[in-house]
Design a protein around this ligand. Sequence first.
Ligand SMILES: Cc1cc2nc3c(=O)[nH]c(=O)nc-3n(C[C@H](O)[C@H](O)[C@H](O)COP(=O)(O)OP(=O)(O)OC[C@H]3O[C@@H](n4cnc5c(N)ncnc54)[C@H](O)[C@@H]3O)c2cc1C
Length: 438
Amino acid sequence: MTKFTPFWWDDQPQFENTDELPLSADIVIVGAGYTGLSAALTLSKSGKNVIVLDSEMIGFGASTRNGGMLGSGHKVSTDQAKKKYGEVIAAEIHIEANASLAFTSNLIEENNIDCEFQICGRLRTSWLPQDQVDMSDNLKKLKAIDHFNSKMISPDRMSKSIKTDLYFGGQFYQDHGSVHPRKFHYGLLKLALEAGAKIFGNRPVIEVNKSSKIKQSGFDVVTSSSTIQCKQVLMATNGYTQSNLSKYLSRRILPVPSFVITTVDIGKDKVQSLLPGGHCMVETRKRYCYYRPTPCGKRIMLGTRAAMHSISAEEALPTLRKMLIEIFPSLVDVEISHCWTGFTGFSFSQLPNLSINKGIYSALGYCGNGVAMAPYLGHMAALKMLNPDQKVTIFEQTPLQTRPYYFGKPWFLPIVSLYFRGFDILDYYRRKKSIKKI
Ligand SMILES: Cc1cc2nc3c(=O)[nH]c(=O)nc-3n(C[C@H](O)[C@H](O)[C@H](O)COP(=O)(O)OP(=O)(O)OC[C@H]3O[C@@H](n4cnc5c(N)ncnc54)[C@H](O)[C@@H]3O)c2cc1C
């Protein structure tokens, strides 16, 4: 029987705080995922009195639902970034994306966070022969910016990493890794608590208002049970941002669902025969399949876009299963133990963003690449709050845009789902055509 909750949640400890909410703090952080906890850690270590509030149980959001693939990725190519922001900013985006991976890897190692961290590398696989050419061109441009630790893998060397004839080669990222996302989240939570942060689940923030006290700057953070007065607020709600809390942010962040399955235990030998490299795998095709062995090495986990709009995990299961079997036909009779979904937060620029609107800070917009970036940007947000006049990251310069007729409810995502379904068909057609040419 398939369970429709994240595989990562099985047998994991749950943190609860039954204390009364304090009435004041230096800083209130809304959202207790990687962003909020990392910011809380840095701010608490700097001597600030910090409260973190989550509307659900601690770790409800994407930070315990993701694929655990730790990388420096973002969705914008060097050429796209150059065209939009110019050469200097494009280079800084690339450098800082790598810095986010180094930051989070160090955070785990220096604090001995027990989260099954492995530097297993990531292989981005070419769905079309042209993808291999494009990735190779892009890699040359990235290597001109810095000593980017990545190389192209030719089709004849793919069998060292994966047992399938599906791909036309790939690009390998040596420094990328993997974690058990829920254990990573729990480790970060413990560090923030030890540093002195007060963290509460099941405390939805309803409103954030300018302080009602005359001559007092700061904010009143209204929760379901009481109001907290504080000097600064950080919104760390990413794909779970709701318009009743912040119309400004919800008009700028699209909640796009992602879906994941895990097989039952198929044994280490079987997993190794299918994925001998033990890497995290990501495809270039628009459907964006990603997969990896689970930390125990006995199961395969696969995520993909089953729809762009919110459908249930039950509805998504057949699509995910079909993709798994397409890549690994020998898994046709294997049962799926878990299938789940969660929300990623997409910005219209497809880049992360740190900004301040009406005095309220926000760090979000990871576009499905937040395992390394969210802890990093949470830390950067904390540095900015400690020193508001200082520029701390290039992601202050990637503007958080909105679009006409978007008021926080993504009414157009079912239409986008249809568009992408058409694109998937086109992807297969283009592939068939290019195979014929070879
Ligand atoms: C299925 C899936 C797979 C993914 N796989 C990968 C991957 O392999 N690699 C990768 O790099 N990234 C991946 N991601 C993206 C990554 O998980 C996220 O970018 C990252 O976890 C974002 O962290 P966060 O702390 O900003 O947000 P979240 O972890 O989503 O936390 C936001 C929190 O805000 C809370 N909140 C919202 N409103 C309120 C309110 N009013 N009051 C109080 N609290 C509130 C929510 O309850 C939630 O807990 C994946 C995401 C999903 C959903």
